[in-house]
Design a protein around this ligand. Sequence first.
Ligand code: NDP
Length: 316
Amino acid sequence: MQYRQLGSSDLHVSSISLGTWLTTGVGIERDKAVACIDAAFDLGINFIDTANAYGLGAAETVLGEALKGRARDSYILGTKVFVPMGPDDKGLSAVQINKQLDASLQRLQMDYVDLYQCHRYDVDTPLEETMAALTEAVASGKVRWIGFSEWSPQNIRDAMAMVPEFAKFVSSQPQYSLLWRRPEKEVIPLCAENGISQIVWSPLAQGVLSGKYKAGADAPSDSRAANDKMNRMMGGWNRDDVYAAVELMKPLAQAAGCSMSQFALAWVLREPNVASAIVGASRPEQLAENAAAANLAIDPDLFVKAEAIAANIPKP
Ligand code: NDP
């Protein structure tokens, strides 16, 4: 495993990390979710990403139980706030941040989280109020560092202008993969200038970049695309033209001597501002395959060829 500094924080996260959206407490059986968490530790993965909203608290509850016996300093845990937990429980107001943080800590059975992330930007709450509440959460010791997910460049600039009066963000969580490169334009350069790392979501485009889906064929029965609890959220990547394009990338992975999933993850990690690729996993073998991507050195020419194939795919 490889470890990368998370922005200007003192955290060093594994470059492949484990996410819990759709899977933990929701789309896969509990024992499989726990097996994936245990496998993560065996593979040197030290960063786990969750959110209060994943399974409306279910992912945090499973994590709390699974991590209970482990030394608190043996892993880095990030969770999030913003997405509705009930009709009146949403957003980034001071009341919500305090309430949702306490509820997350209770489900996680922890005294603090290492990273507390704003799941989205809240246009209904003044940024000053959000930043003051996050700063207070850090001062209280319940949160070590703060981050955001899918904030616009202007949102990020506005927050940076409030430092040092308020706590500083150290991480950004955007979607980023061979199929979705939007953060490269503004978010990555802006964050790199400001000591903020990317910890990216869906680096395998929800499994599509593993190459296991075939145009014109049924999805494998044990896959996310075939699972009705999970496939509604696949964001437009489960399409025959995308599958066909990934098929064209496979010889490139073969030339690099790795699997298609490893190739796609190594592509994400070629970007120095990416501290970690957060992968989902429905079984430990996937995590083992994905973790091995951390140590690959791949000929950049192969990446350029894959980028050219991906550039022809219409975005969802
Ligand atoms: P991925 O792109 O890594 O997709 C994960 C899924 O792909 C797995 O659950 C598995 O599904 C399949 N898969 C993984 N590895 C392999 C492999 N080696 N071979 C074949 N199939 C494989 O990431 P996710 O979309 O799950 O997102 C990762 C994490 O990012 C989330 O868990 C969450 O923590 C975070 N996230 C954050 C968001 C935000 O708004 N901030 C939004 C979305 C996610 P299966 O076996 O079922 O096919």
